[in-house]
Design a protein around this ligand. Structure first.
Ligand SMILES: Nc1ncnc2c1ncn2[C@@H]1O[C@H](COP(=O)(O)OP(=O)(O)O)[C@@H](O)[C@H]1O
Ligand SMILES: [Mg+2]
Length: 254
């Protein structure tokens, strides 16, 4: 069976500096995989190479068996490779239901017929409402102005917007960053409970959250894959412990 996503020798230089160094890894279909590594390890750069936000210096990105290395970001999105983005100001005055309905319309290639009220797009709005309910938005939250929602809910809305595109692979770069501890656990649990038709690669620095979420962990250090394995295996890995110094002490016992 093909991996949902695979890289071969993926490399990115910035001038004389190699931020991502010959990375070959694979994300199985339905994976709940975490990408961890010290600050500056190259995690965000790797996600940018996967999504097509940045061109690679060398190597390939293979999505469901198809080499998408030469494709721009929007064509990778169309094929099911989606990452989250910080919500732009544009959505501040819209409700989550309105924003997600627009995203569903966009996926369907219909665009919004902007002079027509969104409620006329009945099927798309129903799909958006169901998606938000699955992400634990109450009706009141789904219809409130986005800028009035708690921060954790706004981060969940970013994930909802990505899911509205029906990804096969979802890339999440620190989705709980800045979210208060009580809410961040809910964000990650909600993500972990998504249907298995989407493979998820999560970047997260909070080890408690990583160990709650991940079934496999890939460790990046100095741009290269240092280790890959189950959470228990990674926790015991001497080179990983060394790369993190004291940080792994926060991980729960395996
Ligand atoms: N556009 C860029 N130009 C130059 N250096 C960059 C650029 N983007 C990232 N880097 C460098 O690449 C390294 C990896 O960065 P990054 O991928 O953001 O790491 P991480 O997400 O693991 O913290 C860092 O040393 C960073 O300074
Ligand atoms: Mg980063």
């Amino acid at each position: 069976m093909n991996a949902a996503l695979e890289t071969r020798g993926l490399t990115r230089h910035f001038g004389g500096f190699t931020a991502v160094d010959d990375v070959s890894f694979s994300l199985p279909a339905g994976a709940r995989q975490a990408l961890i590594g010290p600050n500056g390890a190259g995690k965000t750069t790797l996600v940018n190479l996967l999504s097509g936000a940045l061109p690679a210096s060398a190597g390939q990105v293979v999505l469901g068996g198809e080499d998408v290395s030469a494709l721009p970001m929007h064509l990778r999105v169309q094929r099911g490779l989606v990452r989250t983005f910080q919500i732009s100001q544009l959505f501040a005055e819209l409700s989550p239901l309105e924003s997600v309905t627009l995203a569903v319309l966009q996926r369907a290639g219909r665009g919004a017929v902007w002079w027509r009220p969104l409620r006329r797009h009945r099927a798309e709005q129903d799909e958006a409402a169901a998606l938000l309910a699955r992400l634990r938005f109450s009706d009141a939250e789904a219809t409130a102005r986005t800028d009035l929602l708690p921060y954790g809910k706004r981060r969940m809305l970013e994930i909802a917007l990505a899911l509205a595109l029906k990804p096969r692979v979802l890339l999440l770069d620190e989705p709980a960053a800045g979210v208060p501890p009580g809410e961040s656990r809910e964000v990650l649990d909600t993500v972990a409970a998504l249907p298995r038709d989407v493979a998820i690669l999560l970047i997260e620095h909070d080890m408690d959250l990583v160990f709650r979420f991940a079934e496999r962990i890939t460790v990046l250090a100095l741009g290269a894959v240092l280790a890959e394995g189950t959470p228990a295996g990674i926790q015991r890995h001497p080179a990983v412990r060394e790369a993190y110094l004291g940080e792994m002490a926060h991980a729960p016992a395996a």
